[in-house]
Each structure stands twice: as C-alpha cells, then as structure tokens.
Design a protein around this ligand. Structure first.
Ligand SMILES: Nc1ncnc2c1ncn2[C@@H]1O[C@H](COP(=O)(O)OP(=O)(O)OP(=O)(O)O)[C@@H](O)[C@H]1O
Ligand SMILES: [Mg+2]
Length: 328
C-alpha cells in the first residue's frame, strides 16, 4: 500500500513485485530458484531521492535491474510516469523504460577498458540517434564539464582515471541519454570521505540542473540519512519499513531497522556499533512467519508462524512487524 501523496505525482512505482532468480528445469535435475524480490511495494515521487538500504544479498540490485527492465519480473507491476511497463518482452521492457538509467555498483565495470572514455560516451549517444559527430563531441564536452571533469579526459582510457573520476564518467554517460530517473547503486562505496562528499554535492547539483529523481541504493546509512528524502529498508527480498528519512532515522519501528542503525558507523561519530545479531540471511532458507524473527531480540512465538503485513505507523511511515506497537 504505497502512500498517497496528492501534491507530488508518482514517477516510478511497483506493486506486488516478485522476481525469481536461478530456477533451472533440466531433464534429470530440477533446481528451484530464489525469490530475490518478494512482494515489493514502492512508490517514488517525482524529484525525490528515494533510498533503498539493507544487508548484502537482500535484493537491492535485483530490484533495481527489474525496475530498469533488465531483469524480467515473475509477477507484479511496474509503473513509470503513470503507465504500466511490466509484462513486456525484454526488448520492449527496456525500451518502455529508457527514461530510467542505472549507474553501476562497480563504476569501472560500466566502462570498456579498451575504449577511450570519449568513444564510450559517443556510443551511447549514437544508440540514441545522435549521429552527427560534431554534435556528439559538443554534447560530450558539455556533459564532462557538468560532472566537473575536464573535457580533455575524453581521450583517456578507464584505467587512467581515479575511482572518483570513473564515477563522474559513469554519471556523464547516462545523463547524456537524458533520463528522468537515475538509479544509483552504491554511488559512494569505496571512496574516501572527501571524494564521497564531492560526489554527493555533484549528485545534488545534477538533480537540480537536470530535474532528476534518484533511487539511491547504499549500505552507508549516514550517507542515506544525509541525502535521501524517503527510505525503504529491505530484508530478504521484502520492504520491512519505509518512511521519510527524518522519521525513519528518528523513530525506527522495525527491530531490523533499529539494529541496522545501531550497527552503522559514523552515525554519531563512532567508528562502528554492535554488529547485527545472528547469521546473515539466505534466500535459500527463508524462515517461516516473520523473516527476521530468528535474529530478532524482540521476537514472540507468533513471529515464527504469522507473516507481518505493512501497517501505517504514522503519516508517511509504514512498518511490517507484528510487534511494532508493543515496542514503540
Ligand atoms: N542469477 C542469479 N541466480 C540465483 N541467485 C541470484 C542471481 N543473482 C543474484 N542472486 C541472489 O539474489 C540475492 C539478491 O542479490 P542482489 O545482488 O540483488 O543483492 P544486493 O542487495 O544488491 O546485495 P549487495 O549489497 O551485496 O550488492 C542474493 O542472495 C544473490 O545471491
Ligand atoms: Mg547490489
């Protein structure tokens, strides 16, 4: 049940989204898949920065790839600018969603090591029908300046760039395609704090300059708190809590969100807090009832048998926990 926000229209949304990965049907051996995304509801408003957080393997990148149309949904609906864009064959799905672009988790992986940066940028433009070489060069030079790079960098190879420069090139590459929604997968991972701050400032400026909506996937809760308007917390393929960043960090309701916040370094100047309890979860053995119950310090017997549903905890704040009222 996404939140109704009458003043700001939804630009990207999903309902009951399910994505199964890795299922194999052989003659002799049949391997069941895993549900990396399992009934996700999200509604992202135009112009906002929407954060997605959760431990490694909880399905963040799979959700991103599905929103993009690179991964086919097994069930459910994806909406873009008021149109249903799910249920299409792969090529049509990607074409219907070319207003969404993705900045790869590994910035180097998105760049061809054998191509000069300028050639990689020009290729994207050519695919989108900008064939005139002079116009390509002008647009590329302008975009390199917009992401804070010298136009001369177009002549370099990816290995001749720093991690921060590679990220800026990754941004330039997709912004040339004039997206409305940009999915940023771990945009600050592996950067030292000063480069991280510069990348975040750049993202803020580009959002304003190009009128972008961001989906911001990150492990780093201190960054998410600083830059996101709203945040969804994922656990084993599900969104377990969602709300405005201010509310979610001030009054987290789900024990998982609380544990994540408690474990996060830098939130209050500490190097790191207590690590999350229990074993990291596996999609191959999803617990019955509430998926988090084996690791939850507040679990009651009912948590092992009943599945929580999303409940509204406050305006623009929802939580899927059987015990949130008791724990509030
Ligand atoms: N092709 C695949 N076949 C089977 N399982 C897969 C496949 N791709 C990913 N998975 C599994 O799906 C789950 C979700 O992976 P995903 O990459 O979406 O997680 P993530 O939240 O982005 O993690 P990270 O924070 O490490 O990037 C993981 O358990 C992963 O092992
Ligand atoms: Mg990922």
């Amino acid at each position: 049940m996404p939140f109704p926000r009458p003043c700001v229209p939804e630009i990207l949304g999903a309902s009951q989204l399910v994505v199964e990965l890795g299922a194999r049907r052989g003659l002799l051996r049949h391997r069941a898949g895993v549900r990396a995304v399992d009934g996700v509801e999200i509604s992202i408003a135009e112009g906002e920065t929407f954060g997605i957080v959760g431990e490694s393997g909880c399905g963040k990148t799979t959700l991103a790839r599905t929103l993009l149309g690179l991964q086919r949904e097994s069930a459910g609906e994806v909406r873009l600018e008021g149109r249903v864009v799910s249920g299409l064959d792969p090529r049509a799905a990607r074409r219907a969603r070319d207003a969404i672009q993705y900045v790869h988790q590994d910035p180097g992986a998105a760049l061809d090591p054998w191509w000069r940066v300028g050639a990689t940028l020009a290729e994207g433009l050519a695919i989108h029908g900008v064939g005139d070489r002079a116009e390509q060069q002008a647009r590329i030079a302008g975009m390199l300046r917009a992401v804070g790079l010298d136009a001369a960098l177009a002549d370099r190879y990816p290995h001749e760039l720093s991690g921060g420069q590679q990220r800026r090139i990754g941004l330039a590459r997709i912004l040339l395609l004039r997206p409305k929604v940009v999915i940023l997968d771990e945009p600050t991972a592996g950067l030292d704090l000063s480069v991280q701050a510069a990348v975040l400032r750049l993202l803020r400026d580009l959002r304003a300059q190009f009128g972008l909506t961001y989906v911001f996937i990150s492990h780093d809760l201190s960054v998410v708190r600083r830059v996101c308007d709203r945040v969804a917390v994922m656990y084993l393929g599900r969104v377990v809590e969602e709300g405005s960043a201010a509310t979610l960090f001030a009054e987290p309701r789900h024990p998982y969100t609380r544990a994540l916040i408690a474990a996060a370094p830098h939130l209050d100047g500490r190097e790191s807090g207590p690590s999350l309890p229990g074993d990291p979860p596996s999609l191959r053995a999803v617990p019955p009832g509430c998926r988090f119950h084996p690791r939850c310090a507040h679990a009651a017997p009912s948590c092992a048998t009943s599945e929580p549903v999303r409940e509204v905890a406050a305006a623009d704040h929802a939580v899927a926990c059987l015990r949130w009222r008791v724990l509030a």
